[in-house]
Ligand binder design. Structure first.
Ligand SMILES: [Zn+2]
Ligand SMILES: [Zn+2]
Length: 780
């Protein structure tokens, strides 16, 4: 009897089928990609495992041919994907679709054959039709490496569309389609021409041509460097002249002995801002690579990935190393994926969370820097927490996992305190620098919206500028104004899909919904009453930049760093470099500023609205605010001169300020963990959020009322504490009505049971969408 394999499709319907492996096929193994027939089509499938008995009453089809000798996905990573699928109750094929680049899932390929008895190119269908004897002959050719997979030329010749300039673009405001394309690429980065046609429509071809002739878009093959998997390093080579401080030295000793042990270990590196964690990471990575094993360093932001890349590369001149993040072009991602998968050397990976899905061989070290950061949780499409993924991989490969932060996630710190893993503390800054002095400034008396600063704050800013030093000002809200108010009908302009007010972006001349991305040109008449008396209320970074310019001497140079000003990677690097060189005295920005950047010239940090985010309906709002403010404070005084931080608040009585001003993590932790214990929040319970939504245009009440009642009853029967379903804090989003059901439980099993039951008894699966978010970071 032929061997039977379960194989999983990485494209719809994502099913797992059993196929037989005829004797005239090369050897097969787990995780390998193969061509299989499905109905009349041919698909790429991934082999899961062999199966002893054939399924009943089904005529088995045969695997056509393997696409590789050594699986693209190694066994560890393949198990990871299977684990994620079962944790999230998602089909494995859907997980694969999210982590494996598109070209490795496409069956539109051919085989190039170097043998006189065969045509030079064969397609999947040709192989499927071939006689037993010919296929036996082909196995020899395959085994002698004379048969290679070729990707379809259509994909290889794909043209890329990229921007040549930032907005506002010189196009007529009513050229809606031109703007739509420009905005899309601005938001999503360079894309293939064919892809734009699929997502937007056939009209794109003509409009792209027009924009190309107006020199607003560049169209062409992917730049050659995109096909080269390794990122260039923009810093010249440097000697390894790092002399560790006593504190760094002892951290390194502990980490090196963990690397030597060849056992799976987790370490929390709790080091205050400026204590020199990065150099500890570099030393650890170097040691790991010397042992012949691969290392992965994750950071929470693309900007940090580039700056780490630039500082680390010169120190690893001869190593194989890759930078990887979600905004690279598909071509570049594929090139890196392939290079990593086929490499036999230890590799160094620097990247954001998705870099964990690169199928590296023989890892020895995973570092998650700023481990408290929420960007390690992916919520959309495929939900996962990068720290859990790293933990899984470390465990399967006997690697060391280092979680680093000045303000660890409460759950991480609690686990370390309970002895789940060990902790390394670094309590002093490197060199002469000291933690800055933090002051709370009361702004509750300020009623003028045009005045962003208390007099005291403004005076300090002027002094710092006069001394030739630098200041950073954070306002965690981008755009010009979060609210446009119509004084004719007394209503704010709201997003019709989300029912939240739209943010005015002055530079882009647009109103944008920050929740769904819906946008239209501005100025426009009020969509409700047609009135033209519109008033921007409240401020974002864009307005703050204008206000700072007015408040400070006219020759002061100001830069802005937020998601709008840094859409193009080159622009972000320009801003960071230019500020580091001292070209500007002030940097205004969102929380992007708080993340790990090192600006030695900064002596003053101002937090313009310290209360932002503190009163959200979320059990983590205090933790999040503490982390953000301590991190941004940590940008001050990293050089030789002492630093100072001013936090403006309208509520100076809040008890959180005392732990923020002293940057005292332990006091904050003790206080917050007691609250969590009392109200049964993580880490004292396993918290899950089941989100339920249906389209606004659909009348769901009639079906949902009994369905929700049934959910509550099932939860009770299973023995779960379920709050809801109740309307979500954002009760309407992206054109859907939303409900949340919060579940507290001792284990995930019961939560999954309830979710599975809900999926089964969904009264209208076409309209009612139900998703499961384990350990949510976003409760809105
Ligand atoms: Zn109006
Ligand atoms: Zn919206």
């Amino acid at each position: 009897m032929p061997i039977l394999w379960q194989a999983c499709l990485a494209s719809p319907p994502y099913s797992i089928y059993t196929y037989s492996a005829p004797a005239d096929l090369p050897d097969l193994q787990e995780g390998q990609r193969v061509l299989v027939p499905l109905g009349k089509s041919i698909r790429v499938a991934f082999l899961i495992e062999t199966q002893p008995e054939p399924p009943q009453n089904i005529e088995l089809k045969s695997i056509i041919w393997p696409l590789e000798k050594k699986p693209l996905l190694n066994v560890t990573h393949f198990h990871l994907y299977r684990n994620i699928a079962s944790r999230q109750l998602q089909p494995l094929g859907k997980v694969l679709e999210n982590v494996v680049p598109k070209r490795f899932r496409s069956a539109k390929l051919s085989f190039k054959i170097a043998d006189k008895d065969f045509p030079t190119r064969l397609k999947g269908v040709d192989l499927a039709r071939m006689s037993f004897n010919s296929r036996m002959q082909l196995v020899h050719i395959y085994n002698e490496d004379r048969m290679n997979v070729c990707l379809p030329t259509a994909i290889e010749k794909e043209e890329y569309v990229s921007l040549t300039a930032d907005p506002p673009w010189p196009v007529r405001p009513n050229a809606a389609r031109q703007l739509q394309i420009l905005e899309y690429i601005y938001e999503n980065g360079p894309r293939e021409k064919g892809f734009l046609k699929i997502v937007m429509g056939d009209w794109t071809t003509g409009v792209i041509n027009k924009l190309q002739s107006d020199l607003l878009l560049r169209v062409g093959p992917p730049p050659a460097e995109e096909l080269d998997p390794s990122e260039k390093c923009t810093v010249s080579s440097d000697d390894w002249d790092f002399v560790p401080t006593e504190q760094q030295e002892s951290a390194i000793v502990e980490i090196e002995s963990a690397l030597d042990s060849d056992k799976m270990e987790v370490k929390l590196l709790h080091g205050i801002t400026g204590s020199g964690k990065t150099l500890v990471y570099m030393t650890a990575a170097r040691k790991c690579m010397e042992q012949g094993r691969s290392a992965v360093i994750l950071v929470p932001e693309i900007a940090l990935a580039y700056s780490l890349w630039n500082s680390i590369c010169p120190l690893f001149p001869d190593s194989e190393k890759y930078l990887y993040h979600g905004y690279q072009t598909p071509v570049r991602k594929e090139a890196i994926f392939r290079a990593v998968s086929s490499s036999n050397n230890p590799v160094l990976i620097i990247g954001t969370r998705s870099a964990l899905f690169l199928p590296i061989q023989n890892p020895g070290l995973f570092i998650v820097d700023e481990e408290h950061d929420e960007s390690y949780k992916q919520e959309e499409r495929l939900p996962y927490q990068a720290k859990e993924v790293a933990y899984f991989l470390a465990q399967k490969t006997n690697s060391l996992l280092i979680l680093g932060s000045a303000t660890p996630d409460l759950k991480t710190f609690y686990a370390a305190q309970q002895g789940a893993f060990s902790m390394i503390s670094m309590e002093n800054r490197v060199g002469k620098s000291m933690l800055p002095e933090v002051r709370i400034v009361d702004t509750s008396k300020i009623k003028n919206p045009e005045q962003p600063f208390a007099f005291e704050t403004e005076d300090r800013l002027k002094e710092v500028i006069a001394r030739g030093e630098q200041a950073v000002i954070m306002l965690n809200r981008r755009g010009f104004s979060p609210l446009i108010y119509c004084t004719d009908c007394e209503e704010p302009i709201k997003c019709p899909h989300c029912n939240v007010s739209m943010t005015y972006h002055k530079g882009r001349e647009r109103l944008i919904c920050h929740y769904c991305g819906n946008a239209h040109s501005f100025p426009l008449p009020c969509p409700m009453c047609g009135g033209s008396h519109l008033l921007p209320l409240g401020g974002g970074t864009e307005r703050l930049e204008e206000q700072v310019a007015k408040a400070l001497p006219s020759e002061t140079k100001i830069l802005r760093m937020d998601r709008d000003s840094t859409r193009r990677q080159e622009r972000l690097e320009e801003i960071l470099k230019s500020f580091a060189r001292g070209d500007a005295q002030v940097l205004v920005g969102t929380q992007m500023l708080s993340k790990g950047h090192n600006f030695p010239g900064v002596t003053l940090v101002v937090v313009s609205e310290g209360d932002l985010g503190l009163n959200l309906p979320d059990y983590r709002s205090a933790e999040r605010t503490f982390q953000l403010l301590v991190q941004v404070s940590g940008r001050a005084g990293r050089g030789d001169k002492p630093g100072e931080v001013i936090i403006q608040t309208r509520n100076p009585e809040n008890p959180i300020w005392s732990s923020v001003t002293s940057a005292d993590y332990k006091t904050f932790f003790e206080h917050e963990i007691e609250k969590r214990r009392k109200f049964k929040y993580p880490p004292f319970t396993k918290l899950a959020l089941i989100r339920i939504s249906y389209p606004l245009s659909w009348d769901g009440d009639e079906l949902c009322t009994p369905f929700f009642k049934q959910i509550r009853e099932s939860a009770m029967k299973i023995g779960l504490m379920a709050l809801g379903p109740v309307p979500a804090p954002l009760s309407q989003l992206r054109g859907r009505k939303r409900f949340n059901c919060l579940i507290k439980s001792g284990d995930w099993v019961k939560t999954r049971d309830l979710y599975a039951e809900m999926m089964r008894s969904n009264p209208d699966a076409k309209n009612i969408r139900i998703t499961l978010d384990l350990d949510p970071v976003n409760m809105l």
